[in-house]
Design a binder for this molecule. Structure first.
Ligand SMILES: CC(=O)N[C@H]1[C@@H](OP(=O)(O)OP(=O)(O)OC[C@H]2O[C@@H](n3ccc(=O)[nH]c3=O)[C@H](O)[C@@H]2O)O[C@H](CO)[C@@H](O)[C@@H]1O
Length: 362
């Protein structure tokens, strides 16, 4: 499309889980520096709306439906919601008239990208997992370029579209304050801290194993546990050296600064953050029984590069978890050495270049 004689405009989209939103947030400072007027199209009330409201960006909600691989009554109604979303996305895109759309994926992005393509607005897509998700698969045919996080993904995509950029990480995550985290958690400064993050939604199996392993873990460590919405265990609220949070926003940077080790799901953005922040980590990827297995591939790739220790969700037990944590603690320098070469800002720069090139198209 192109805006003659006017400010450059970009529409960001992506949602459903935080992993489809935080990379967009990571791009905001650079987009602002480059003079873009930024708008966001997401679902009416998804996590993207809650996360984006903090950034003073016009937000447009559309109807969205899931593309499931299993039988569900909603498979009958959701296609109508997607069609409705497509109409709404077209209406908002016409109103905003952006030069470019950047999509981080998730189901809400499909109507936005397809509507943008029908209006001849160039779209850049980002795939953070090793294998493209279904939403991105539906958008790749109409995308200008597809940013990849793993070299392995490049071989699965049309050659002329795939670009290896890595995942944009929020720069503020590097600016954490250990003392602020100690205060917030009521911890002492002379015992190492483990941060547990079960992805943006929390992970029931990790929550259970960590809680059952607490008698062992708390002998040598203090534990910050981000356990997911509605997953706080009230029985453990006053346990010394253990604190729980459902989800944290600005405080996450301080917790990262304080943590000596991190136990985490293997969501693509989470693991890139651990790499960028150089945190020795134990990954427990979401099992293939409850996903397409993308986290297992993400974790294997990080394990083979020496960045992570991996524990199968299917083999998870409190005893094994505590054992692996001790092993990680004593071998952490090996992981720190391997992670030493990552470059936090490289991916933001390379994605910005693709956005600028696409926006310059008439
Ligand atoms: C269950 C599911 O569908 N998981 C997918 C989802 O995970 P999920 O949404 O968990 O995605 P990621 O692990 O990639 O990213 C989570 C993001 O949320 C942030 N965060 C998390 C907790 C918190 O309290 N505060 C906070 O800011 C993390 O710092 C990170 O930036 O998208 C990922 C990226 O496509 C996929 O790899 C995962 O397989």
């Amino acid at each position: 499309m192109g805006n003659l004689n006017s400010t450059k405009k970009i529409v960001l989209t992506g949602g459903g889980t935080a992993g489809h939103v935080t990379p967009n947030i990571a791009l905001l400072p650079s987009l602002r520096d480059a003079g873009y007027e930024i708008s966001y199209i997401g679902s009416y009330d998804g996590i993207e709306k809650k996360l984006i409201t903090d950034f003073d960006i016009p937000y447009y909600g559309i109807a969205t439906g899931k593309f499931r691989r299993y039988l569900d009554i909603k498979n009958i109604t959701d296609p109508f919601r997607v069609i409705k979303g497509l109409g709404e996305a077209r209406k908002y895109l016409k109103k905003i008239n952006p030069d470019v759309v950047f999509s981080k994926g998730g189901f809400v992005s499909v109507p936005v990208v397809r509507a943008a393509a029908s209006l001849h607005i160039p779209c850049i897509i980002h795939e953070s997992d090793m294998t493209p998700g279904l939403a991105n698969k539906l958008c790749i045919p109409v995308a200008e370029k597809v940013c990849c996080n793993f070299p392995e993904t490049m071989t699965m995509l049309p050659k002329e579209k795939a670009v290896l950029t890595g995942s944009p990480i929020r720069e503020e995550l590097t600016k954490g304050d250990k003392i602020a985290a100690l205060d917030m958690c009521g911890f002492t400064a002379n015992k190492p801290v483990i941060l547990v993050i079960g992805g943006s939604l929390g992970a029931a199996s990790i929550n259970k194993a960590v809680r059952e392993a607490l008698p062992k873990l708390l002998t040598d460590f203090q534990v910050i546990h981000i356990c997911g919405k509605d997953k706080i265990d009230n029985m453990l609220l006053h346990m010394e050296g253990y604190v729980q949070f459902e989800y944290v926003k600005a405080e996450l940077k301080d917790m990262f600064a304080l943590a000596e080790l991190v136990i985490s799901r293997a969501g693509a953005n989470s693991i890139c953050e651990l790499l960028a922040l150089k945190k020795p980590n134990l990954l427990i990827p979401l099992s293939a029984n409850s996903s397409r297995g993308d986290q297992i591939l993400n974790a294997k790739s990080f394990e083979s590069q020496g960045f992570s220790m991996v524990l199968d969700d299917d083999n998870l037990s409190p005893g094994l978890l505590a054992e692996k944590v001790m092993e990680l603690y004593f071998t952490r320098q090996t992981y720190l050495d391997a992670m030493g070469k990552s470059n936090l800002l490289a991916s933001i720069k390379s994605i910005m270049k693709l956005i600028e090139d696409a926006a310059a198209k008439e």
